[in-house]
Design a protein around this ligand. Structure first.
Ligand code: ADP
Length: 414
């Protein structure tokens, strides 16, 4: 089956076309036929399209909304210039898998989209006011353009964490607020944590129940996950993706009193504070320079920039804290897995995060760590009590797989 995977943001759309099926999943031999991104939807959009022959096209076109963007994409996919193998017409697109950010307590696994599911995703909008509406726009546009005969599947960022116990997901605020408004930790990046945990299991040849690990998704957004017997028992993001680790522009954990304090001192409104915490904090806020870890590392090295170094140190210390907390919570773990743009590509950051943990018996093989950029590799040395792996994430592949399994009503293996 040719699956179109869509990840719709408020003004962007990432996509992949993946050929997969139950037997291809079994053989781990799916084929990515195309991928790309459309940015700045609503104005003069920037379009990057790449076929599996590696030809990359960069274009610009006025696209007023998500429907126009998906229409543009579908036209390109079936065009002779794209030359996507096995895709000559829209009938060759067999299903669509959508990344949906918030599934709250309603959706604990991927589901085929029906009117009822759409209503359910709408009900979650107040928990993800920026993300779920964009996801819904993508779903509605794909339904309109491809017709209701093409099944669509929703894959939720929160679903993998639905196994968390109350002791992890409840905040210590009056219980009735959970009852009344479902204020609790949900966690995000679930598809990524689930994918790397699944790959880890394949790499080491273990059953799901035998997997006790910590997964670290370090990208522009960052989160840690404690996985026990193959299931998420805790994660660092909370009601929204703002909690936990230091991220590109999000501050992560902080004393909630800061909000009232700033409202008084700076005369900021609540929406202004929310924007500051989501968009102007984290690596960007600390360094005053950038949210991009590559640039920060360069500033630190080439210009000895003090605040760049400080931002990186705080970033690494926070990850280390979570590793310690999760090791305690799990009662020990056999491995730590790095993924995401920073986790996959930055030996320097991996080393700085784990440096202070040698006393505990976590030690890196420096050569392997240095040589591992964007590929699967064990980077701990032989004496390390806890193995350290780098596993590039592939959320789109997991979305495509869930789409096939949901459409065919096949059991999910992980
Ligand atoms: P997103 O969370 O938006 O999907 P990514 O997972 O692509 O983002 O991660 C983006 C982050 O990864 C950026 O901070 C970028 O600087 C960082 N990154 C990518 N490559 C490297 C590298 N070689 N060294 C350090 N950081 C890197």
């Amino acid at each position: 089956m040719n699956i179109l995977v869509l990840n719709c943001g408020s003004s962007s759309l990432k996509f992949q076309v993946i050929e997969t099926d139950l037997d291809l999943i079994e053989k781990n031999s799916e084929r990515q036929k195309a991928k790309g991104i459309i940015e700045r939807i609503g104005g003069q959009a920037l379009i990057t399209l790449e076929s599996d022959r590696g030809e990359k096209q960069k274009l610009a076109s006025p696209l007023r909304d998500h429907r126009s963007a998906i229409d543009y994409l579908l036209r390109w996919m079936v065009s002779p210039e794209a030359k996507l193998p096995g895709i000559q017409s829209l009938a060759d697109i067999h299903a669509v898998g959508h990344r949906v950010v918030h599934g709250a307590e309603k959706f604990t696994r991927s589901v085929v989209i029906s009117d009822e599911v759409i209503r359910g995703i709408e009900d979650c909008i107040e928990l993800a006011p920026l993300h779920n509406p964009a996801n819904l726009k993508g779903i509605r546009a794909a339904q309109e353009l491809l017709g209701l005969g093409v099944p669509q599947v929703a894959v939720f960022d929160t679903a993998f964490h639905s196994t968390m116990p109350e002791t992890s997901y409840l905040y210590a605020i009056p219980y009735q607020l959970y009852r009344r408004h479902k204020v609790r930790r949900y966690g995000f990046h679930g598809t990524s944590h689930r994918y790397v945990a699944y790959r880890y299991r394949q790499i080491v040849g273990k059953k799901k129940e035998e997997v006790n690990i910590i997964t670290l998704h370090l990208g522009n957004g960052c989160s840690a996950c404690a996985i026990k017997a193959g299931e998420s028992i805790d994660t660092s993001m909370g009601l929204t993706p703002l909690e936990g680790l230091v991220m590109g522009t999000r501050g992560g954990d902080l004393d909630p009193s800061i909000i009232e304090f700033l409202a008084h001192k700076e005369g900021m409104t609540l929406p202004e504070i929310d924007t500051m915490l989501n968009k102007q904090s984290g690596l960007l806020g600390l360094s005053g320079l950038t949210n991009d870890m590559r640039d920060l590392l360069a500033e630190e090295q080439e210009n000895q920039d003090r605040r760049a170094k400080l931002a990186i140190d705080i970033f690494c210390t926070r990850v280390r804290k979570y590793i310690g907390a999760y090791l305690a919570e799990l009662g020990g773990a056999e491995a730590i897995v790095f993924t995401g743009g920073i986790g996959e590509n930055s030996p320097a950051i991996r080393k700085r995060i784990l440096n202070g943990l040698t006393w505990f018996g976590i030690s890196l093989d420096d050569q392997k760590n240095q040589a591992t950029i964007g590929k699967e590799q064990i980077i701990s040395d032989a004496p390390s009590k806890i193995a350290v792996h780098v596993i590039p994430t592939d959320e789109e592949l997991l979305i495509a797989r869930d789409t096939v399994r949901s459409v065919k009503n096949a059991p999910r293996r992980w």
